[in-house]
Ligand binder design. Structure first.
Ligand code: ADP
Ligand code: MG
Length: 450
């Protein structure tokens, strides 16, 4: 059996086990390259797909392969090996090759804000998939992910990413059209009123890359949805890239026609989540640098520790710091930052999180009890949990080290300070610890049902 035969058999099995959208996105563009006694080599179109398969389906692929070949092999991915081209051949329009036009210079389409480029986009753990997919479609429209559907809450960079695709695609020689659900609706209605429907129709069939922001606006507007469905199909069949953004996943969009839902889900769905503390720090550093705003470390950390839920609020805070510093004609300090942080964010954790609740959460997350954490045994894991708890009490309740020492039963606050610094330093380096602490914080901030 050749590697490709074996791989096709594997794909046949996997097709039955995973969703159609996932199969089309991740597995269809792969190929069996070779195998020997130890290793089966799988060709993938780019490292993004390789990493995804490795992370999500490594064991499923390995198991399926073993059942087909009758022995256990390691699996490895090779980028760039020729994969079946999944592009549809256009029945309607010729496929343009953006690179024919060469790299373009000059001004990009006016609808694109010059700020919203990939260069200005800070990548962090919960937006890296969206970013990687966006870079991919800008580089090779309609090749791997079509449509690309990005969903996230407000202020998390959807418009930024969409327009960054626009800039990069345009610079690569592709025709780009950036629009929104609202603009599409207005243009459609106006075209009917002004008898310019043909122009409207043509406009939405011409770009190599259609970028539609806030697609949720189409919900409930039957005629507009119908027209968008036709435009979508024509573009898709002509191997044009479609990128959609929404405030929620397609399934949760109310009053969306079934056929549009299945189109939206037919490519790749990616989500962006709120930045955690480390991501906030990276964003602030990047933005402060761009704004030429000298922020001392304690000021940086004070902003990063504030639980901003989105990047727009974070930017707002930074702008306020810059304005306050300008007003006082001095470089910003931690105090300037304190003034710029919205009161609600400073007060909210302290208002509903008590040291007792923190101890309970830390204990619950580690299958133990507050009593065990507080017992001063020379037990490394209990000590670590005690340090995590005191770190969180300091961060969330803004209590003094002396108060925290009292709560935890330390005689003086040297141990408390030591524990706090130890966790603060470890959080900068230890991803697992950071994830676990972030999870506790998230649970603390989620209202509990009583
Ligand atoms: P959305 O469309 O999701 O509501 P936007 O794209 O308008 O959000 O982003 C809000 C603001 O935050 C913009 O100024 C944008 O540049 C900025 N922003 C969001 N995410 C990032 C990021 N990862 N890196 C840099 N800036 C970001
Ligand atoms: Mg937006």
């Amino acid at each position: 059996m050749t590697a490709q035969d074996a791989w096709e058999a594997v794909l046949g099995e996997l097709q039955l086990q995973i969703s159609k959208a996932n199969f089309t996105t991740w597995l269809k563009p792969t190929k069996g390259i070779s195998y020997d006694n130890n290793v089966f080599l799988i060709g993938v179109p780019n490292s993004f797909v390789g990493e995804w398969l490795e992370k999500r389906w490594h064991s499923l692929i390995k198991k399926t392969l073993a059942s087909i070949l009758g022995r256990d092999l390691q699996i490895k991915f090779q980028v760039g090996a020729s994969c079946p081209d999944t592009r549809a051949v256009s029945p309607l329009l010729s496929v343009k090759n953006g690179n024919d036009a060469g790299k373009r210079h000059g001004l990009p389409p006016p609808a694109l804000s010059p700020k919203y480029t990939f260069d200005n986009f800070v990548v962090y753990s919960s937006n890296c998939l969206a970013h990687a997919a966006a870079v991919d479609v800008a580089r090779e429209p309609a090749k791997n992910y079509n449509p690309l559907f990005i969903y996230a809450g407000s202020g998390l960079g959807k418009t930024h990413l969409l327009q960054a695709i626009g800039h990069a695609g345009w610079a690569g020689g592709y025709d780009v059209l950036y629009t929104s659900g609202e603009q599409f609706t207005n243009e459609f209605v106006n075209s009917l009123r002004n008898h310019t429907f043909d122009d409207f129709r043509l406009k939405y069939r011409s770009p190599d890359i259609l970028l539609m922001d806030d697609v949720q606006f189409l919900c409930g507007k039957d005629q507009t949805q119908e027209n968008f469905f036709y435009a979508f199909n024509d573009l898709y069949n002509a191997s044009r890239q479609i990128v959609l953004c929404s405030d929620r996943p397609p399934k949760s969009l109310p009053h969306l026609e079934e056929r549009l839902l299945s189109r939206f889900e037919g490519g790749i769905l990616v989500n962006i989540e709120s930045p955690d503390c480390q991501a906030r720090l990276a964003i602030i550093q990047a933005k402060a640098e761009k704004m030429l705003l000298p922020l001392p470390n304690d000021a940086l950390e004070a902003i990063a520790r504030t639980p901003f839920q989105n990047v727009r609020e974070l930017e707002g805070c930074l702008n306020k710091v810059a304005a306050l510093a300008k007003l006082s004609n001095q470089a910003p300090t931690a105090e300037t930052v304190r003034q710029a942080i919205p009161e609600i964010l400073v007060k909210s954790p302290a208002a509903n999180v008590s040291p007792k609740k923190i101890l309970e959460q830390v204990a619950a997350h580690h299958n133990t009890t507050p009593k065990t954490i507080l017992a001063k045994k020379r037990d490394r894991s209990a000590t670590l949990l005690r340090y995590i708890a005191l770190y969180l009490i300091r961060e969330q309740c803004q209590l003094s080290f002396a108060d925290i020492s009292d709560i935890l039963g330390y005689k003086d606050h040297t141990s408390t300070l030591y524990g706090y610094n130890k966790i603060a330093a470890a959080l900068k380096e230890d991803d697992l610890l950071r994830q676990s602490v972030d999870k506790i914080v998230a649970d603390l901030q989620t209202p509990q049902r009583s």
